[in-house]
Design a protein around this ligand. Sequence first.
Ligand code: CA
Length: 71
Amino acid sequence: MDANHNRSIEFDELVVALAPIMNEQALLNQEQLLDVFKSFNRDGNGYISAAELARSMAHMGQPPSSVSSPR
Ligand SMILES: [Ca+2]
């Protein structure tokens, strides 16, 4: 998921990562995507840390490994 390997997930990286598990309509809804990003980005610093991501994915019922593996 961390395409540029800076150990955090920016908004565009999240969109790419969510593509396989969200339907097309949801992906076209920028507001909804931003809501997802905000809900993942618990401390509001503009990117998602690995810890925040793991917690959020577990909450969604998606183990982090299921999105970090190549499609
Ligand atoms: Ca990144």
